[in-house]
Each structure stands twice: as structure tokens, then as C-alpha cells.
Design a protein around this ligand. Structure first.
Ligand code: AMP
Length: 492
């Protein structure tokens, strides 16, 4: 089924329901949203775009993003979302690799595109493009037809195109309602993280339910704006990377804001430290839900529910809060090579939201999909109750004197110090031990205090042998700490 059917049906049943907002201003109801998307589809057809062809979205968060996305789907084409912060060289690689037929680009970003037709969106160019519409019939699509070609963030080499099908997104959206959070027509989805990533996929369940979609006018994440929009719209849902949750909490506390109107904050995409999530729940209350996913199984591997994130009464709650929860309904999760609960190995996933492979890359596909299982590249363990705990990616594991050190457990301890704002732990080559543990620290905490904290909670061999103070940690466009950069710094 073509997922754009969800918009068609919603517009038929609730045409006047408010749909798209730029900040506090409504730009479309559902009837107009669907009609505009049909016009985009007509424009694509008029330019010869066929079902199955790829059309890129090189756009900042904007209501027109969703109009263009649904228009692409209505024409039967596949969307290629490109992070608006990428370098022109990286954009060129994606356009070429995906064989993109046309690009919708935010004003200013069109300069990054060469050799492919561009439509500046929104604006007069976009209006001219849509002028032929709307189409009557949307294209038929099967579950295994391509919907979204997602380029991995490339922290480990050249970005690869993950093929995300209509069926995968359907499974993701349905298990979201069952496991993560039910969505109603009263809700509002706020897009504070890039829509080119998982945050943008969360539009699906909100379209299905007939909820409102709100794009901040800043086009990105500004804690003050998020709190203002939550208070204004009410019943707000948003996806936030862990660093965003921390910034939101710090800002709200300093500004004396309670987070009125914030209904659900889904966090994931990187490790959330126990101290940080406790702090966030203390301030905002039980609004947080954690998910674990990756482009290859978008947003849909595991979930730690709202109640579990807020629970500090059951024995062992800290370990649960440090986990990424239990498998979502549509997937099976196992640990490669594990004989018993607690054994660490690579996390393997199988099920309807898992990709069929990488675009035009059979070698990478064969390495990543084995016997129907997705090798996530993440290390972790399952406990007897089925809770999954991540222990960093295999490449981040530090082996010192033959013993394994998972950076995350050291980072968790260091973050308990009030004067540590951020921290990242990596291995540095060492003649005798193979590697030694080194911590990059943002904050004023004294070294002796950090050392004492570690000695009080973790094995001696795990404690950092050096603390390097930095102004900030290098991060990619999605806010993930680039440990490769830190290791390069050490090598230099
Ligand atoms: P991406 O494909 O860019 O979304 O990156 C996915 C990777 O982010 C995963 O393979 C994990 O390493 C990491 N990740 C995602 N969700 C979580 C989470 N809840 N906790 C820790 N790491 C996560």
C-alpha cells in the first residue's frame, strides 16, 4: 500500500482539521495539505518522473517538506531526504549515487545542487511547479516498493543508501502506536530535529491520526522556541536526541519553565546517560520514552516506555534506565553468540521494519544482512526479562591489558559529577597495554575528584589515565559525538 493513502483518507474524513503550522501560524488544513501534495505529484508527472524514480528533499524543516514528501509518494516516486547541513560535496555524492531525477531545495540550498533539476521550495518556483495539479489517482505501491532512501550519517566511511520501503514504514508506524505512544487527532507533532532523519518519519502516525504538524520557524532546535510552541499548541510530541533533551532541561530550569504542553518526548539516536534522564524527568515529569533504532531498522528496534523511564521504585531501576528497553512488537532481537542472559555480543534484528539492503551496494548488503538478520554493529546484552543494554559500537570498545572497557560505563560515572557538562571516553594506543582509557571532559571538575568518583564505582583498570579538558565535543549533524575525531586528536 502507498503510505500516501493515509493522507488521502485523513483529508476525506477531516478536511478542515488543522494540519500544517509554521511556528504558531496555520498554513494548511488537511484538505489543502492533500490537495497541495496532489499538485506536487502532478508537477513530477509533468516533468516525466516515473514511479520508482528518486526525488531528493534538500530542505530545512518547513511545512512544505511534508507537502513535497507526500507529493513524491503520490507520484509513486521515492524520497531521498538529505540533511540540510551537509557539504556540497556530500550532497553531490548522494545525488549521484541515488540517481536523483529532481531536487526540492530550501531557498539558498539550491546552490549545492549541480546537474539535476531543482525546485526551490517553498516560494514562487514551487508554486509554478505545482500549477498543473492536482492529480486524481495516486500511484499504487506495494509493501516492498521503495519509499525513502536514507543515507547513513557516515561516521564510519562513505554514506550508504538504506532502502526503506512502504512496508517497513508501515510496520514502524503501527508498532509505534502499540509500543511507544498512542497518537490522537488532538496531538501536535513538533519537528525540532532534522526531518531528513528519523524525526521526519514520525509524521506518518500523526498524519494517520489527523494530528497537527508544527515546524519551528527557526528551522531547528531552539529550547526557548520549543517551550513556547509546546505551551501554545498543547499536547506536543517531539523526537529529541539526548543532547537536545539535556539542553531543553537546562534551559527550562534556568528560565523557570515547567514544559507546559509537552506531552511526549521520544529520545534516542545515541546514549542517554542515567543522570541526564533522571534530571529531565525530575524537571518535566513522565513525558519521556526511549527508542533504539538505526537507519537500517528505523526507530523500531526497542523501546523503554514512559512508565519505565519514570520509575525509580523497583529494585534495579538504574540498570533499566541505562537500557534501551525491550524489543518493539514487529521485531525479534538476539545477541550473536550469546549462550545466556547477560552475555555481550553484536545485536541482531529481524522483522518487518528491517531494510531489504543498501542501494546498489550488494557487498555492504551481504555484510550487514545475514540469514535474514540485520547485524546492527552495536554491541550489547539482553537480560532475563528481555531488556536490551547497549555497550557502544564494536569499534568504540577499548581493550586495555586484555580487558574490555565500554566507554559508556565510564562516561556514566563521570557525568555524575556536578561540574561535568559533557564527556566522551576513547582509547589511546599504549605500548604496554595496547590501549589506555582517556576521557575528554567539558566542564570544570577537578581531576582528583573525577578519579575518586571512578575508583568508588568501577574497576581500577577502567578509570581514565588522562583527562583532557575541551571547550566542546566534536559532533556530526545529528548531534552524535564523533569518537573518530577524538581519536584523531589523540593521534596528532
Ligand atoms: P542512525 O542510523 O544514524 O540512526 O544511527 C543509529 C545508531 O545510533 C545505532 O546503531 C546506535 O549505535 C545509536 N543509537 C540509536 N538509538 C540509541 C539509543 N536509544 N541509545 C544508544 N544508542 C542509540
Amino acid at each position: 500500500m502507498n503510505l500516501a493513502q493515509w493522507l488521502v483518507r485523513r483529508a476525506a474524513v477531516s478536511p478542515t482539521a488543522p494540519a500544517l503550522f509554521s511556528g504558531i501560524t496555520q498554513v494548511s488544513d488537511y484538505a489543502r495539505f492533500a490537495a497541495r501534495a496532489r499538485s506536487v505529484a502532478a508537477g513530477l508527472q509533468a516533468r516525466g518522473v516515473q514511479p520508482g524514480q528518486r526525488v531528493a528533499l534538500l530542505m530545512r524543516n518547513d511545512p512544505a517538506y511534508l507537502v513535497a514528501l507526500y507529493g513524491i509518494w503520490m507520484a509513486g516516486a521515492a524520497a531521498v531526504p538529505i540533511n540540510a547541513k551537509l557539504h556540497a560535496r556530500e550532497v553531490a555524492h548522494i545525488l549521484q549515487d541515488a540517481g536523483v531525477a529532481l531536487v526540492f531545495a530550501s531557498p539558498g540550498l539550491d546552490q549545492h545542487v549541480a546537474g539535476v533539476p531543482v525546485v526551490i521550495t517553498p516560494g514562487a518556483d514551487f508554486e509554478r511547479f505545482c500549477a498543473t495539479g492536482p492529480i486524481e489517482q495516486i500511484a499504487a505501491r506495494a509493501a516492498d516498493d521503495l519509499a525513502w532512501l536514507f543515507y547513513t550519517s557516515g561516521t564510519t566511511g562513505t554514506p550508504k543508501g538504506v532502502m526503506i520501503t512502504h512496508g517497513m514504514l508501515m510496520a514502524m508506524a503501527l508498532s509505534y502506536g502499540v509500543d511507544v505512544d498512542p497518537v490522537s487527532g488532538e496531538d501536535a507533532a513538533l519537528y525540532a530535529a532534522p526531518m531528513s532523519h528519523g524525526a521526519g518519519l514520525y509524521n506518518l502516525m500523526h498524519v494517520h491520526a489527523g494530528a497537527r504538524h508544527v515546524c519551528p520557524q527557526s528551522g531547528g532546535f531552539d529550547p526557548a522556541e520549543v517551550l513556547m510552541l509546546a505551551a501554545h499548541h498543547g499536547r506536543v510530541h517531539m523526537f529529541a536526541a539526548p543532547t537536545m533533551v539535556k539542553r531543553l532541561t537546562d534551559h527550562a530550569r534556568a528560565a523557570g519553565a515547567t514544559g507546559e504542553g509537552l506531552r511526549t518526548v521520544v529520545y534516542g539516536g545515541g546514549p542517554m546517560y542515567v543522570a541526564d534522564i533522571c534530571d529531565a524527568v525530575d524537571h518535566f515529569g513522565p513525558v519521556f520514552v526511549q527508542i533504539y533504532g538505526q537507519g537500517e531498522c528505523p526507530m523500531a528496534i526497542s523501546v523503554l516506555s514512559r512508565a519505565e523511564v519514570a520509575d525509580r521504585s523497583r529494585p534495579g531501576w538504574q540498570a533499566r534506565l541505562g537500557s534501551v528497553g525491550r524489543a518493539q512488537a514487529a521485531v525479534e532481537v538476539r545477541i550473536e553468540g550469546a549462550a545466556a542472559p547477560g552475555d555481550v555480543g553484536e545485536i541482531m534484528v529481524r522483522g518487518a521494519p528491517v531494510m531489504p539492503g543498501y542501494w546498489n551496494n550488494p557487498e555492504a548488503t551481504a555484510q550487514t544482512l545475514q540469514d535474514g538478520w540485520l547485524r546492527t554493529g552495536d554491541m550489547g546484552f539482553l537480560d532475563a526479562a528481555g531488556y536490551l543494554t547497549l555497550q557502544d559500537r564494536s569499534k568504540d570498545l577499548i581493550i586495555t591489558g586484555g580487558s574490555n572497557v565500554y566507554p559508556r560505563e565510564v562516561e556514566e560515572v563521570l557525568l555524575q559529577h556536578a561540574d561535568v557538562a559533557e564527556v566522551s571516553v576513547v582509547g589511546r594506543p599504549h605500548a604496554e597495554w595496547g590501549e589506555e582509557v582517556v576521557a575528554f571532559v567539558v566542564g570544570e571538575a577537578a581531576e582528583v575528584e573525577l578519579d575518586a568518583l571512578c575508583l568508588s564505582q568501577i574497576a581500577r583498570f577502567k578509570r581514565p589515565k588522562a583527562y583532557l579538558r575541551v571547550e566542546s565535543l566534536p559532533k556530526n549533524n545529528y548531534g552524535k559525538v564523533l569518537k573518530t575525531e577524538l581519536r584523531k586528536l589523540l593521534a596528532d
